[in-house]
Design a protein around this ligand. Structure first.
Ligand code: NAD
Length: 366
């Protein structure tokens, strides 16, 4: 990015970050607010996206790195100006405990590693941000929550859509009754997965197939769009390519969820179809539609009253600025991004897997 483009980008993002401050509770001047100093663990594709987005943050800054690949550490150190003393590998990162330059660690590694890594970060006395899915199952997630509580550190999960302006506008309108009684939600989450050797297709590292990776957006989205948690699920699995999608890696799951207010959700999670990224919320008095609903944007949407014209933001920039407010100021987001929120999604996914296996309607208790 040229310095002029970077300046314009940062100016735009700063203006947006400022306009977002009222979403969070404490009234505090942006100019005096402390900055969250973050180490990223796992310098892969999403870690790179987060690091680049943090260049536009006003309240969060990349100050540390954790990687098993010395060459990556060297390249990232140069790119993001990180001192060597703030760099660790997977054997040494417990020493982060003694590093005053790091307030929080953002865990962006394959799903199966999150559990142990989050618990080790907590034991080192640092706040943790963990990517979704937070863990492989609810038991692991509960252990992570307990470890963070015991260590007196906060645990957040990278639910970036919880800070996205179009999404928040639909939630605001629904809370104000714009759509009337909510009756139906449709969530379509999928893409056609590439490289067959990637960890997402290895159940030991991923913990599952499309549900754990992309279907989780429809699970979580149904909850924030409807504004309730489900009480039952049903599900059906379809596998058209058993060579590519081995046992433990589901290709496509259709699932339905029932909500206490009477709404039902009908969702699709797949690794075998492109162009599936849509949320539709239907109420007695109106509707809202987001398409794309959860990709990196620009998110687009409309309601029965017309198009949604919220600002287009870099999701991870806004997310990290807002998470700084949560971790440093005790601010409260509109939709939670804590471990309990992620535990709920994992309980629902566990019920969906059980329903797909048995064909039964499975009750959900969150
Ligand atoms: P990736 O494969 O691009 O990166 C993973 C990183 O972990 C790599 O740098 C790899 O070297 C490192 N790693 C450490 N130990 C490893 C091991 N034992 N096996 C394999 N890799 C190991 O993956 P990614 O797309 O960056 O995904 C990482 C996490 O981020 C996942 O949990 C994923 O679900 C999540 N993610 C979230 C979003 C989002 O929008 N919130 C988007 C993409 C990925």
């Amino acid at each position: 990015m040229s310095s002029r483009r970077r300046f314009l980008h940062q100016a735009a993002v700063s203006a947006l970050a400022f306009s977002f401050v009222p979403l969070l509770s404490p009234a505090r001047s942006r100019h005096t607010a402390p900055v969250l100093r973050v180490a990223i663990m796992g310098l892969g594709s999403y870690g790179t996206r987060v690091a680049d987005a943090m260049l536009g943050c006003t309240r969060a800054r990349l100050t540390g790195l954790i990687s098993g690949t010395p060459a990556k550490l060297q390249a990232w150190r140069a790119k993001y100006t990180i001192p060597e003393k703030n760099c660790y590998n997977y054997q040494t990162f417990d020493q982060i405990k003694n590093n005053p330059d790091i307030d929080a660690v953002y865990v962006i590694t394959p799903n199966a590693l999150h559990h142990d890594q989050v618990i080790r970060v907590a034991a080192a006395g640092k706040h943790v941000i963990c990517e979704k899915p937070m863990a492989l199952n609810p038991t692991q997630a509960q252990e992570m929550i307990d470890a963070c509580r015991k260590a007196n550190v906060k645990l957040l999960v990278g639910y970036r859509m919880h800070f996205e302006p179009h999404t928040l506008e639909v939630i605001r309108q629904r809370q104000h009754g714009a759509f009337g009684k909510i009756l139906f939600f449709q969530g379509l989450s999928g893409f056609r997965i590439g490289d067959p050797s990637q960890w997402r297709l290895n159940p030991q590292l991923s913990g599952g197939g499309s549900m754990m990776d992309i279907g989780i957006y429809s699970v979580n989205g149904a909850r924030y769009m409807i504004g309730e948690d489900p009480i039952w699920v049903t599900a059906q699995e379809t596998k058209t390519d058993p060579v590519r999608f081995k046992p433990g890696i589901e290709e496509t799951i259709q699932f339905q969820m029932g909500f206490p207010g009477g709404a039902v959700a009908s969702c699709l999670s797949t690794y075998n179809l492109n162009f599936l990224d849509k949320f539709f919320l239907d109420g007695a008095d109106g509707f809202a539609e987001l398409q794309p609903a959860t990709n990196y944007g620009p998110i687009q949407g409309r309601t029965d009253k017309g198009p949604l014209n919220q600002p287009v933001v870099t999701h991870q920039t806004v997310q990290m600025d807002q998470m700084a407010g949560i971790l440093l100021d005790g601010a409260t987001p509109v939709v939670p991004v804590d471990g309990q929120e992620a535990l709920k999604d994992l309980k629902i996914i566990e019920a969906i897997y059980a329903a797909a296996k048995t064909g039964n309607k499975v009750p959900v208790q969150l």
